[in-house]
Design a protein around this ligand. Structure first.
Ligand code: IVH
Length: 682
């Protein structure tokens, strides 16, 4: 056998094993992106040498044969898969092929752009408008009879009105992210196996022998296709189809759009990538379909996938790589956090070589060991983490990792305090702690000193210029100029930025000085209550506890913190340096929102709902609970309410991201609004 024939045979056997794990056992062994890469490699080999193609090649087949535990059902028409593209240029190349085959200008073709839901495909057969049976995709030709289970899914209508003949409605069964978290919470409570992700949970829930179990799970079904030979629905385009399905009681993707031309199509598919984390369900890409059914039939299908549709896969959020070592880093409170040193791998579009392991218990629980192949995950803005090891029983593993007993930075002891999960370096002069304290002190959410990041802080410590955050205010241009890479101009800029930090409000200072458990919300509550640091220091514990937004844990932490001799000395030095240590009172705030109604939906980072409303009122505005034509803008936080969003869109009220809320308070305006979709709404 030639090298490539051997490689192709190996790839085929790997892919078959992964198909079985994914489609039949609902327990994938590797992330989807790693699987896609195997398929891609095989396809490339087959393209170079078509004699390597076999009938069982994944390039010729779909899914895996059904599990014998379920009765099998033959689909009235094969359930095909989709071909994938992985970036914009591949997507444009597909559109180019489509336009050539149709002999149409790419600018004139209408495309439906839909989310690619990461669930499992289902075909539901209706006879005279009544649900007759439902089957999984299986190998595309025959699937598993899951009718009894599907009848328990709330978003699957049992009856879809008077329709003569037969109709198959196809779509995806899935769990929303919220339903997935809730299911795993229940599983934990019952000491049962948790699911790795919403897709596995949905598959495991649908393929239950006992429909009563399925009924307990909050499965949803999203419809996107029909087999309708007699055209009972009377539609000739994807846009019209989705509208007809919605009318008959099916759930359809509310963000699906029909757009005209390749540029608009590419842009809309990118919209899903940007917003993937805002959707209620997991998506792994966008699906682009030629809208017009007549054009579709001219394009036709291969044995595996239609030529009129394509899946644009987003950068994977999970990949495997090798764990080279486990090390610990020391934070500003001295907390020792284990992290993984990885063979660099591209995850979610950026190269990851370090990933957090959270704490010693997590390392033990995940049982990851240096030398293992591990799954790395990076979702959205979340910092990369190691999910777990991919165990190969034929390979001998290294020894389990043990937590170090000394600080890697200063050599001091690492101790586990009381019932804390974490270990701490308790050396108060540990340089690693000081570095993190300075970086945090100067960070955006704290005193916001521009030009003072971790690197600069390390230089200042190294040069012996700063041994405490209070020393920052003694720095002068002459001293800073001595540092490498620091000219007179940047030295003066840094001194200026430090000087400006002196008038930052108390709420920011309380964040900056790093009181355990005190984040921006508690800091603001404390600062507005006391208005000065002097008053805060005097307060009895009972008064701290009584403040809205300050629980007993925070109160005790603050009470203890302000009494520590070290802190007393630092705060006296900060006061001497000219820090104002006060919270400007509400009356003195600029009335940037005078007479304006600002509606807040979802949670805004750093604010409780009450605090956000109070902040608007403090700037002269109002914060009503509903959107009207008079609303100045809608601030969209995490998990916003869809009715407010829809109303705002309908009325043309600007949508402002929650990240811009602080800037809105200060300036009364915003830099950008959340793009409103100009495309045709289905
Ligand atoms: S259309 C013949 N639309 O992705 C084409 N599929 O990787 C049928 N999927 O088998 C598929 N969201 O299970 C289509 N909006 C969407 C989809 C979608 C998810 C799934 C479907 C398909 C698989 C291909």
């Amino acid at each position: 056998m030639s090298d490539s024939a051997e490689r192709a045979a190996w790839l085929r056997s790997q892919i078959a094993a992964h198909n079985e794990a994914y489609f039949v056992r609902d327990t994938p062994l590797i992330p989807d992106a790693d699987y896609d890469e195997l398929v891609r490699e095989l396809r490339d080999l087959e393209q170079q040498d078509p004699s390597l193609v076999e009938p069982t090649s994944p390039s010729q087949t779909v899914g895996a044969a059904p599990d014998s535990a379920f009765r099998s059902i033959t689909h009235s028409e094969a359930m095909l898969s989709l071909d994938n593209v992985f970036d914009e240029s591949e997507l444009r190349a597909w559109a180019e092929r489509v336009s050539r085959a149709l002999d149409l200008d790419p600018a004139d073709i209408a495309f439906a752009v839909e989310p690619k839901i990461d669930g499992l495909a289902l075909s539901i057969h209706y006879e005279s408008g009544q649900l007759a049976w439902a089957a999984t995709r299986g190998d595309g030709r025959t699937g598993e009879d899951v009718s009894a289970n599907v009848r328990t899914v709330a978003s699957v209508p049992a009856s879809i009105g008077a329709l003569s003949g037969a109709l198959d409605v196809r779509g995806e069964v899935f769990l929303t992210k919220a339903a997935f978290l809730e299911l795993n919470r229940v599983q934990r409570e019952r000491a049962e196996r948790e699911f790795a992700n919403p897709r596995n949970a949905a598959a495991g829930s649908l393929r239950q022998k006992n429909a009563a179990v399925t009924a307990e799970r909050a499965l949803s079904f999203l419809a996107y296709q029909v087999v309708d030979r007699s055209n009972a629905l009377g539609v000739m385009s994807q846009g019209a189809l989705l509208a007809a399905l919605a009318e008959r009681g099916f759930l359809v993707a509310e963000d699906a759009r029909v757009v005209v031309g390749v540029d608009a199509m590419v842009e809309r598919s990118s919209w899903f990538e940007v917003h993937r984390h805002d959707l209620a369900f997991d998506v792994d890409g966008a699906v682009i379909k030629v809208d017009d059914f007549a054009l579709r039939s001219r394009l036709g299908s291969t044995s595996r996938a239609p030529r009129w549709a394509i899946a644009r896969k987003f950068p994977p959020e999970e990949r495997t790589t090798r764990l080279l070592a486990i090390e610990v880093s020391i934070g500003r409170t001295g907390r020792a956090t284990p992290f993984a040193v990885l063979e660099p791998v591209v995850v979610a579009g950026s190269t990851v070589s370090l990933a957090t392991l959270h704490n010693a218990d997590q390392v033990a629980l995940k049982d990851v060991r240096p030398g293992d192949v591990v799954v790395v995950r990076k979702a959205g803005d979340v910092i990369p983490e190691v999910v777990g090891a991919v165990i190969d029983p034929t390979v001998e593993r290294g020894e389990p990792w043990t937590f170090p007993s000394v600080c890697p930075e200063c050599g001091g002891p690492l101790v586990r305090l009381g019932d804390e999960r974490d270990s701490y370096c308790v050396n108060p002069t540990c340089p690693a702690q000081l570095l993190q304290q300075i970086a945090h002190f100067a960070s955006r959410g704290a005193l916001d000193i521009e030009g003072l990041g971790e690197q600069r802080a390390a230089q200042l410590i190294e040069a012996g210029l700063v041994a405490d955050v209070a020393d920052l205010f003694d720095l002068d241009v002459a001293a800073l100029e001595q540092l490498e890479g620091m000219g007179a101009v940047s030295a003066a800029a840094l001194v200026g930025a430090i000087k400006r930090a002196k008038v930052q409000p108390l709420s920011r200072l309380l964040v900056a000085i790093g009181i355990r458990h005190v984040g921006p919300v508690a800091a603001r509550a404390l600062a507005t209550w006391f208005t000065s640091y002097a008053a805060l220091v005097e307060a009895p514990l009972s008064e701290l506890e009584a403040i809205d937004g300050v629980g007993p844990v925070i109160a005790a932490s603050v009470f203890q913190f302000v009494r520590s001799p070290e802190v007393i000395e630092r705060m006296a030095r900060l006061a001497d340096a000219g820090l104002t240590l006060i919270e400007p009172s509400i009356g003195s705030l600029d009335q940037t929102l005078a007479g304006r109604a600002v509606v807040v939906t979802g949670s805004v980072p750093g604010f409780t709902r009450e605090a956000a409303e109070a902040a608007i009122v403090a700037r002269g505005g109002t914060s009503p609970g509903t959107v009207s034509a008079k609303t100045y803008c809608v601030v969209v936080g995490d998990a916003p309410g869809t009715s407010k969003l829809t109303k705002a869109r309908t009325l043309g009220v600007p949508l402002v991201s929650g990240d811009e809320f602080e800037a809105l308070l200060v300036s009364g305006t915003w830099r950008t609004t959340i793009a409103r979709d100009e495309e045709t709404v289905l």
